[in-house]
Ligand binder design. Sequence first.
Ligand code: PXG
Length: 459
Amino acid sequence: MQNQRTTSQLRELDAAHHLHPFTDTASLNQAGARVMTRGEGVYLWDSEGNKIIDGMAGLWCVNVGYGRKDFAEVARRQMEELPFYNTFFKTTHPAVVELSALLCEVTPAGFDHVFYTNSGSESVDTMIRMVRRYWDVQGKPEKKTLIGRWNGYHGSTIGGASLGGMKYMHEQGDLPIPGMAHIEQPWWYKFGKDMTPDEFGLVAARWLEEKILEIGPEKVAAFVGEPIQGAGGVIIPPASYWPEIERICRKYDVLIVADEVICGFGRTGEWFGHQRFGFQPDIFTTAKGLSSGYLPIGAVFVGKRVAEGLIAGGDFNHGFTYSGHPVCAAVAHANVVALRDEGIVQRVKDDIGPYLQKRWRETFSRFEHVDDVRGVGMLGAFTLVKHKAKRELFPDFGEVGTLCRDIFFRNNLIMRACGDHIVSSPPLVMTRGEVDEMLAVAARCLEEFEQTIKARGLV
Ligand SMILES: Cc1ncc(COP(=O)(O)O)c(CNc2cccc(C(=O)O)c2)c1O
């Protein structure tokens, strides 16, 4: 759509009519939204002509980068041929069939069934209903509680937000709904005290066993976790954590669900995050990288045990008008083919992932108020801290994170502040030169940040 309006005209109309997600509308409208108009590769341009390095790949999702005209052509052709038909009532169409067959080639063995949604939240809600339905069919309807982690993020639907552990979300809308429980997150920096990471990983995993025994194994349906907590601040569990989680779940016959909405489709250097952390879920949820954000689509991958259970149960009374939407499915197919045949996932594992991780640590470890510099694949993070040697966080967690993020934004670099964690999740196609360019800007911004917090007496 060719835009003829000026930035101020766009901002005025936006302020008058558009309610933004996760936004304080009044304060946004005072400042005015930044109008993004174009994307190419790892760059965005705003309506003022600024060229911006997108260190967040949109919202952790534009894995193949912006500007894929081949995807636009795929969408055009599908739209002209069959712009929509549903997959209810014994119908299907070639686009969703081809996508389903392709996806079952790139997922680990044992995942031969996929259910389609329009978003990560819908994938999570679908999983919740599947898990409860599965135990119903097993003759254990009381086995319905799902356990997540505090500071985990599983979306904004009533189910996803309840399963997530963001307390500020629970406060709005009387959440969580019944049948949800939470354990503490495996955040070694804050909770590990003098334990080694691997010692802490076992302790954190055993919080799950305590919770299962507190609730009663006969009532616990599943444990749900992101391989790496994304929106919670890229909380990377110690290597000992997930294998211990898996052992505990098998011990009490609790299903394991991996929420791969961020970690899926190459972000960690494997196709899926659970492969990187060495555990086998019964179900995993996806969205974002499935289409690289070019069109909204999510997918729930159902392992053999649950798929057989659901199929044995006859009608599964759940689904969405646009489940398996033909244009979304066709573009997702083109995206997954690109991830596979252009070697994008393999390159994260073999080249650009290791390069980003090396350069990320070189760039940020030297700063006085930056600690826990970490990352996996094409995910980088660090925590802004008041006193490094004492592992002391700032008192009002989140205040300096916002300050730092705003300095990045003013310097035409997008990274994300999750509390006082600064995170980056750039397009997987970023080149080594673009990594260097992004980190050079970020380093200059952090120098300004440290001067600012000193000048404000925050340290
Ligand atoms: C692990 C996980 N699960 C579910 C969702 C929900 O997906 P949808 O948004 O498509 O319904 C997510 C989404 N993650 C997400 C979404 C929007 C913003 C941010 C942020 O970090 O600011 C993160 C996610 O990261």
